[in-house]
Design a protein around this ligand. Structure first.
Ligand SMILES: [Fe+2]
Ligand SMILES: [Fe+2]
Length: 485
């Protein structure tokens, strides 16, 4: 049951658009105003390289309801209206899990969980600007204005997600929160001295295929994290994450549709040229499209990096956050159990006698494993669509997710090597097979050779299909980005 109150209305005229009545909150407004100028410096320094004066056809959030929450218009990115938007409050909402199940949700930070909450907000907040930094140079090689616009849409919204977390820090965590807010702007993706907090957010996003894989696999981890934080008993966090999820759907669409368009282009080119062996990489690449085995390797890389984001299979931190009522399971409110997990077990992937096997572990400790499983189910669904495209073209090739033990840096399998099928192998065997399983330098060079910008309205680079429909139902020739000369 949701009831929209007056406070849910968005004050769009304010310097910082918001629906949290910032105008009446002088302390936070002042802190955010100060942070805003540092933020803009960061955006100019680390946001999309070039294009700061381009007019981009962007979606901006102007409401928080289910419908009509966004408007589309041409905007210069530094002038984007980054706002603070919380999903409508749910009347008489109760904590749905853990030791406090059934109690009223918290509107202020519960003192005993302050440290835990701050850490979760900071980690989530750190990923948002990190991805903007990782994608900084992609604008220079966009396959179309449509794709360029989508990239920038994802970038401004990830930056808005940073605002969302910074608001929580400034509003609820006093001096520590201010300090953390500044730190969020001082770490840098991939920087040796001051890296971002999580591994996948320090990797490069060197080309558009990586961007699509990132938005498909890594933004989907983001979705899972936001879904479980949306269950939080700390209501401001829950409401913030619920609104972020509205935006997040588009990011995954960009990845999902982007990969499908690449696969379809490759398959059609193969059919037209009469090539039916997808492993004849030389012949396929001569057509100027990305061969299917390389796409599989990219998927292996981004899936395994994204699995690391779920943390160790067994985690007392995750157990504590659950028992505290701070971070729930994926769609906790739809699960039919006691929501306390005392005495429950969960089948957890463990390394036993040189093999990956499922072992029943206390469910409370296996929450990361469970969230990761939910993620894998979702990530796997898209691969069925990829395979449909290949099959329709009559090509014999099947995409598959690698085993969860493959190429891992965190958790149970961090210290061992496996094949994509999950069989344990030596380091030497892994190094020998690496080039078949993960993108090699040569694969990267080939993909880079295709990354030539295409900025004529309605035209697309040769390695990707045009989209089926335009953004906001715009026609094919629509000039999504007006690049300033
Ligand atoms: Fe985000
Ligand atoms: Fe995202």
């Amino acid at each position: 049951m949701q009831s929209q109150t007056a406070s849910d209305a968005v004050d769009y005229a304010a310097s910082i658009p918001n629906n949290v009545n910032l105008a009446a909150d002088r302390r936070v407004l002042k802190a955010l105003d100060r942070w805003h100028s540092t933020y803009l410096d960061w955006w100019r320094q680390m946001g999309p390289a070039g294009f700061q004066d381009a007019l981009v056809y962007l979606r901006t959030a102007v409401g928080v309801g289910k419908d009509n929450w966004a408007k589309f218009d041409y905007v210069k990115m530094p002038e984007y209206r980054w706002g603070i938007l919380l999903a409508p409050a749910v009347a008489e909402r109760k904590i749905g899990f853990g030791d406090h199940k059934g109690e009223a949700v918290w509107r202020e930070v519960p003192g005993e969980y302050r440290g835990m909450l701050r850490r979760l907000v900071v980690i989530q907040g750190d990923t948002e600007p990190a991805s903007v930094e990782q994608q900084r140079y992609l604008g220079k090689t966009a396959p179309s204005l449509y794709d360029l616009r989508n990239l920038f849409q994802v970038n401004v919204e990830e930056a808005r997600h940073l605002w969302a977390m910074v608001y929580l820090l400034q509003k609820y965590f006093g001096a520590d929160g201010r300090e953390e807010s500044n730190e969020l702007l001082s770490r840098r993706a991939g920087n040796r001295d001051k890296p971002r907090m999580l591994g996948a957010f320090n990797q490069e996003t060197p080309d558009w295929l990586s961007f699509f894989m990132f938005t498909y696999f890594t933004d989907r981890d983001g979705k899972m994290q936001l879904e479980s934080l949306a269950q939080s008993g700390f209501d401001p966090l829950s409401r913030t994450c619920r609104f972020m999820l509205t935006e997040e759907a588009h990011h995954m669409f960009v990845g999902e549709s982007g990969i499908c368009r690449v696969i379809e282009r490759t398959c059609r080119a193969m059919v037209d040229a009469g090539i039916d062996d997808p492993h004849d990489i030389g012949a396929v690449r001569k057509l100027g499209v990305i061969d299917l085995p390389t796409l599989q390797k990219k998927a292996n890389l981004h899936y395994s990096l994204s699995l690391d984001l779920f943390g160790a299979e067994l985690s007392t931190n995750a157990a504590n956050a659950f028992s505290a009522g701070i971070k729930g399971r994926y769609r906790e409110d739809k699960i039919d159990d006691d929501h306390r997990l005392t005495g429950d077990t969960y089948p957890t992937l463990r390394l036993r006698a040189g093999r990956a096997v499922l072992v029943d572990e206390p469910a409370l400790n296996a929450l990361n494993m469970r969230l990761r499983d939910d993620y894998t189910v979702e990530a796997g669904r898209g691969l069925r669509r990829w395979n449909n495209i290949v099959e329709k073209c009559g090509i014999r090739f099947i995409f598959a997710l690698p085993h969860a033990a493959f190429h891992r840096a965190i958790g149970e399998f961090a210290e061992v090597h496996t094949t994509p099928a999950g069989d344990l192998i030596s380091e030497a065997q892994f190094n020998a097979g690496r080039g078949q399983w993960l993108p090699s330098a040569q694969d990267g060079e080939f993909i880079a050779s295709l990354m030539k910008p295409q900025i004529e309205p309605g035209r697309y680079a040769g390695w990707i299909m045009p989209p089926k429909t335009g953004i906001n139902r715009m026609p094919g020739e629509f000039e999504y980005v007006k690049i300033a000369s």
